[in-house]
Design a protein around this ligand. Sequence first.
Ligand SMILES: Cc1cc2nc3c(=O)[nH]c(=O)nc-3n(C[C@H](O)[C@H](O)[C@H](O)COP(=O)(O)OP(=O)(O)OC[C@H]3O[C@@H](n4cnc5c(N)ncnc54)[C@H](O)[C@@H]3O)c2cc1C
Length: 386
Amino acid sequence: MAGLRGIEALRRDGFDGRITLVGDEPHLPYDRPPLSKQFLAGARTENELALRRGPWEELDLELLTGARAARLHATTRELELEGGKRLSWDGLLIATGSVARHLPGTEGLAGVHVLRTLDDALSLRDALAPGPRVLVVGAGFIGAEVAATCRERGLDVVMVEPLATPMQRVLGKAVGALAAAVHRDQGVDLRCGVGVEALEGEGRVERARLSDGSVVEADLVVVGIGARPATDWLEGSGLEIADGVVCDATCATSLPGISAAGDVARWPHPLFGESLRVEHWTNAIEMGEAAARRLLLAADEAPPFAPVPYVWTDQYDRKLQIAGLVREGDEMALVQGSLEERRFVAIFGRGGRLTGVLAMNRPAGLIRLKSRIAEGASFDEVARAD
Ligand SMILES: Cc1cc2nc3c(=O)[nH]c(=O)nc-3n(C[C@H](O)[C@H](O)[C@H](O)COP(=O)(O)OP(=O)(O)OC[C@H]3O[C@@H](n4cnc5c(N)ncnc54)[C@H](O)[C@@H]3O)c2cc1C
């Protein structure tokens, strides 16, 4: 995603040098958000996931699919692919995304799925066809979306979450509690405050033992316990890595001629004054473009990358959208609608500043307030005005 959007930006800008796009998946670049939503529901086909809208020829690039970058040789400016082939470069954009975390000890147990790639989604969609009893481990964005899609397919779903509410880290407790109510109303057996101790079965998963001593019988388990940045291949490269590829405020890494973008990259965000790694679709586009352009600029010409992060999630008939950062412990005020209606806009703040806006089925309110975050507006002022 970030890689392709970066290339498209360079070509739009008129860059006419050689470009190679290397990706380890066998598919052409595709869109991930529908994998847990419309694609899993059977409402969107593989062709409809294509990320490239225009003709590929227009990009005039060498496209290497099924090609894994194995090692980075920064001093000789070469990228070594699995199998030994080396590609030389003048500028390198690292956009290897993130990798789904697995539950330790479940390797080799059939019926246990993660959801990151198209192949994961194809395998999960097939496995849902016979109508299994589904256990979702982790009620983050991906787990909660999978639970919603499975309920819409009429499946029995248990969802287990160690925190007190679903998506708590990104929604806070009050909206998290509302999300719990939405899922329960839709028939999900949601168990919060418990973890999975073990998945058991003879070769194939049959049940889960939970930390509260209870047992959940399940035919299929979807593990949605987060992702880690795909940096394994960069070990020993000399590049600074710390839960992601470390960049400066302009998306440049610690080594010359290399920038990074998307889920894999971490950078000091000028607006929030902290180092962020953002696993959102919009960030992959915006940072991909900024990081690709950075390769052609001198350090003093490059603008800081300072977008207001944005993410959405669709679950049942609810669309949740978040601009900026929303975290547990933030100040919160409702500025439109109400939690009871399940249609509202809430603002969040830290240190007196507006830092986040969250909307449920109220997109217009969110768009209007998003720019106030970038302006550094005071939380109280926005709360009073709205
Ligand atoms: C199921 C799902 C649903 C989502 N829904 C939403 C949503 O509703 N809203 C939202 O904002 N975000 C959503 N996201 C997140 C969003 O899709 C990601 O933030 C975005 O795809 C990140 O783009 P990226 O380019 O950084 O990484 P990716 O899209 O992951 O692309 C990285 C590519 O690099 C490849 N790669 C990794 N290592 C190597 C290597 N060594 N050599 C070669 N290639 C390699 C990977 O296989 C992958 O193809 C969702 C993600 C998933 C998985």
